[in-house]
Design a protein around this ligand. Structure first.
Ligand code: ATP
Length: 256
């Protein structure tokens, strides 16, 4: 359902993403992990058609994002970490605009939006009357997630999707992801919250300096590397130093 083939992006002399390949079948939730600057956002921007790769390509439900961008984009939904929206539109105006771009009829769009809004407990009054510029971070996040899922994409890319969601909304959203995966959707979940990734994702891919380090089911990777948790595996593969000792010597240097 999702195929990354040798994806590469260079910024000057720096290679941000280095020949990244990954095959993800329908119904799988894959966690995309990596330390700051590893190349996760650059990867997500390439596979969603926002950034042109220097080499390689991505196939979304069999459609090449570089050669067939419109067909590929029809099959994908993207929740970016920035969550930028048109601040001078109401939530409803924004979502109906997104729906019309996907060719969804207005009556069907209103009905779908109403279902999402009920699920996220946002309130139709807020959606219809308040401008997005006056929404809280969490409220805005709910609108951005709705916008990404409205056209029922086959492949969904999520960059820190829980950022700003309250505990109730986060629990509901995680359950929704599991339901969507059971229905056959492919989900790529990029996050730094490793315990959530360990619980939600069927599989994790850890990238470092643009390269794929490991890829597999979290429980298998943890066992194979004799780690206690995904967090320990992650720091071992990408950090390689003693965090407690480092914090202690840092605090000591501040005191002296
Ligand atoms: P984070 O977890 O901090 O969000 P990330 O894994 O998403 O990090 P990217 O944003 O993909 O990392 O960045 C990967 C590398 O590419 C970094 O070294 C970054 O400085 C570089 N980079 C990203 N965008 C640009 C740009 N527009 N111009 C130059 N370098 C860039």
């Amino acid at each position: 359902m999702l195929s990354l083939r040798g994806l590469t992006k260079r910024y000057g002399v720096q290679t941000a993403v280095d020949h990244l390949s990954l095959e993800v079948p329908a119904g799988q939730i894959v966690g995309l992990l990596g330390p700051n600057g590893a190349g996760k956002t650059t990867t997500l921007r390439m596979v969603t058609g926002l950034l042109k790769p220097d080499e390689g390509t991505a196939l979304i439900a069999g459609r090449d994002i570089t050669l067939e961008p419109v067909e590929a984009k029809r099959a994908l939904g993207f929740v970016p970490d920035s969550g930028a929206v048109y601040e001078s539109l109401t939530g409803m105006e924004y979502l109906l605009m997104v729906a019309s771009l996907y060719g969804i009829e207005e009556s069907a769009a209103v009905e779908r939006v109403a279902r999402f809004i009920e699920f996220f407990e946002l309130g139709m009054d807020t959606l219809e009357r308040k401008l997005l510029g006056a929404y809280s971070k969490g409220m805005r996040r709910k609108v951005v997630i709705t916008a990404a899922l409205l056209h029922q994409p086959k492949v969904v890319f999520l960059d820190e999707p829980l950022d700003g969601l309250d505990a109730n909304a986060a629990v509901g959203f995680k359950a929704l992801l599991e339901t969507l995966a059971r229905e056959g959707k492919t989900i790529v979940y990029s996050s730094h919250i490793l315990d959530v990734v360990e619980r939600v994702c069927h599989r994790v891919a850890i990238i470092h300096q643009g390269r794929l380090l490991v890829d597999g089911a979290p429980e298998n990777l943890i066992r194979e590397h004799a780690a206690a948790s995904l967090e320990q595996l992650f720091t071992r593969l990408t950090g390689a130093y003693d965090h407690e000792q480092r914090a202690e010597s840092f605090a000591r240097s501040l005191r002296s």
